[in-house]
Design a protein around this ligand. Structure first.
Ligand code: LLP
Length: 451
C-alpha cells in the first residue's frame, strides 16, 4: 500500500519503480541504504504551490521560500532556485548552501531563535530579503551589526499568535509556551520600537505555527490574529510590505491520513488578503520534499521471536530518525512482491545499539533475507536529520529523473567520519598548561617529533 500523493512511485511487474527506474537496479548499482528522490515529484510539488499562489489575485506576487532544513541537498536547492523559489534558512550554514546552489540571496528569509553575530553579518553581507526576528534582544543585535556595516537590516517580527496547530508537541511552534517568536500581545510595541531604530527597515510580519499540520483551520486562525496586528500597525503609521505565513502544511504518511489540497488551504487565506496590498511569503518544507523521497534498504537478517519478529535491515535511526524521535509512521513496502513468500508481522529495525532504533513496528511483510524494502515519504527530515551514530557512514542520495539516476551525494566512507579527529600527542608538551592549548596540525606534528 502506498501513501496517497506518491504518483512517481509505481509497481510494474511486481517491482517498485521510482519514475522509470526499477529500485533493484539502483540497489545493484549503488548499494544500500540510499535516499532516493524523484525529480518529477519535487518539481510538481513546488509547481503546485506556485500555481495555487499564481491563480489568486492576492497571491500573484507571492513567493515560495522553501524551508531548507527539510532537505538541504544542493541538487534540490538548485532545482528549486531554477524554478524561481526563494529559501527560508535558519543558519549561516543554510545560507552558504543556498548561495552554493545558485539561490538568490534577495529571496532569502532568515528565521531562527539563536542567530549568532557571525550569521547576522553574513546575511547582511549577502543582502537577504528579510530577517524573521524572534526576540527584542535579537532586534537590538541586528540593529547594532547593521550599523557597523553601514546598512539598514530588513526585518519582520516573527509573531507567535498562540494558535494550537494540533500536531506533535515537538513540532508545534505557534503556542504561547513555545520558544519561538514574539508574543502577539507584545508585537505592536516592539514594532514601534523597531521603527525608531536607525539601522532597521521594517518589511513585514511573519509567523510559523508548526509542522505536519493536516487541518487548514489553525492557519486561518493565525491569519485572523495577524490581520488584527496588521490593522494596528497601519493605524500607528507602520506599513508593511509582506506577510510571511511560514510553512507547516502536512503530508499523508499513512493510507488513512488525508492531507489538504494546497489550494484548499491557501485560497481562503488569500481571499482574506485580497483587499490588502501585501506580498505573501510561504515557507513550505515537508510538503515539497517528503513524498518525493524514499529510503531504500536491504534486509540483513530475519529474527523470529516468541512475541516479536524482527526484520533487521541495513538502514537505521541514523538514516531516518523520525520514527525513534517522534514515534512517526512511515509506510514500509517490499520492493519486489513475492507470491510464494508468506507474510508475517515484523518490527523493522536497524543495527544500532538502542531499542529505539526502529523504522516501523508491527508491519505485515512478505520478505526473506536480502530482500529490498522501501521506507516511504522520507524526502523531508530524513537525510537532513541523519547522523553518524555508531560510526555509520551516511547513506548515498540519488535523484531519479526518468530512467536516469544521478548521485547527488556520494556515500560516506568510514575514513570520512574520523578525518577531522586527532590523536593526543604521546607525551604532554613540556610547557606547563596555562589556559587553553590549541592543538593545530602543526603543533601536533611538533609534539610528535619531540616524543
Ligand atoms: N519555517 C520555519 C520557521 C520552520 O521552523 C519550519 C519547520 C518550516 C518553515 C517548515 O515547516 P514544514 O513546512 O516543513 O512543516 N523534524 C520535524 C519537523 C521540524 C520542523 C521545524 N520547522 C519532523 O521530522 O517532523
Amino acid at each position: 500500500m502506498m501513501p496517497p500523493d506518491t504518483p512517481f512511485l509505481a509497481r510494474r511487474q511486481e517491482v517498485l519503480h521510482v519514475e522509470d527506474l526499477a529500485l533493484p537496479e539502483l540497489a545493484l548499482a549503488f548499494g544500500t541504504p540510499c535516499h532516493v528522490y524523484s525529480h518529477a515529484a519535487l518539481r510538481a510539488n513546488l509547481r503546485a504551490f506556485q500555481a495555487a499562489l499564481g491563480a489568486h489575485p492576492a497571491g500573484a506576487r507571492g513567493l515560495v521560500c522553501y524551508a531548507v532544513k527539510a532537505n538541504s541537498n544542493l541538487a534540490i536547492l538548485n532545482l528549486f532556485a531554477r524554478m524561481g523559489a526563494g529559501f527560508d534558512i535558519v543558519s549561516g550554514g543554510e545560507l552558504a548552501r543556498v548561495l552554493a546552489a545558485g539561490g538568490d540571496a534577495g529571496k532569502v528569509v532568515f528565521s531562527g531563535v539563536g542567530k549568532s553575530r557571525a550569521e547576522i553579518r553574513a546575511a547582511l553581507a549577502a543582502d537577504i530579503l528579510c530577517f524573521n526576528v524572534e526576540s527584542a534582544a535579537e532586534l537590538e543585535r541586528i540593529n547594532e551589526i547593521a550599523g557597523t556595516l553601514g546598512k539598514r537590516a530588513p526585518i519582520s517580527l516573527r509573531v507567535n499568535p498562540d494558535v494550537d496547530p494540533r500536531t506533535h508537541p515537538y513540532i508545534a511552534t505557534g503556542l504561547e509556551t513555545a520558544k519561538f517568536g514574539v508574543p502577539i500581545g507584545a508585537a505592536l510595541a516592539l514594532y514601534e520600537h523597531a521603527a525608531r531604530l536607525p539601522h532597521i527597515r521594517i518589511e513585514g510580519v511573519d509567523c510559523h505555527i508548526g509542522s505536519q499540520i493536516l487541518d487548514c483551520a489553525p492557519f486561518r486562525e493565525a491569519l485572523e490574529r495577524l490581520l488584527v496586528l496588521l490593522d494596528a500597525l497601519e493605524k500607528h503609521g507602520i506599513p508593511v510590505k509582506h506577510l510571511d505565513l511560514g510553512g507547516g502544511l502536512g503530508v499523508a504518511y499513512r493510507q488513512d491520513e488525508v492531507a489538504p489540497e494546497i489550494s484548499a488551504c491557501l485560497t481562503p487565506l488569500l481571499d482574506r488578503l485580497e483587499d490588502r496590498k501585501l506580498n505573501l511569503i510561504l515557507e513550505p518544507g515537508r510538503r515539497l520534499t517528503a513524498q518525493a523521497g524514499l529510503l531504500l534498504t536491504r534486509v540483513e537478517y530475519l529474527k523470529p521471536g516468541e512475541s516479536v519478529n524482527f526484520a533487521i535491515v541495513d538502514a537505521a535511526m541514523n538514516d531516518l530518525l523520525r520514527p525513534a524521535l517522534y514515534g512517526a509512521w512511515h509506510e514500509i513496502v517490499a520492493v519486489t512482491q513475492k507470491k510464494g513468500t508468506p507474510a508475517a508481522i515484523y518490527d523493522v529495525v536497524g543495527p544500532i545499539c538502542e531499542s529505539g532504533d526502529f523504522l516501523g513496528q508491527k508491519r505485515a511483510l512478505a520478505i526473506e533475507p536480502d530482500d529490498l524494502l522501501a521506507i516511504l515519504s522520507t524526502g523531508a527530515y530524513g537525510m537532513a536529520m541523519s547522523s553518524n551514530y555508531n560510526t555509520r557512514p551516511r547513506a548515498m542520495e540519488i535523484m531519479v529523473r526518468g530512467d536516469a539516476a544521478h548521485v547527488i551525494r556520494r556515500r560516506e566512507e568510514t575514513a570520512d567520519l574520523y578525518a577531522l579527529e586527532r590523536l593526543l600527542p604521546a607525551r604532554s608538551p613540556s610547557v606547563p598548561f596555562s589556559g587553553l592549548t590549541v592543538e593545530t596540525d602543526k603543533n601536533i606534528a611538533s609534539h610528535e617529533q619531540t616524543c
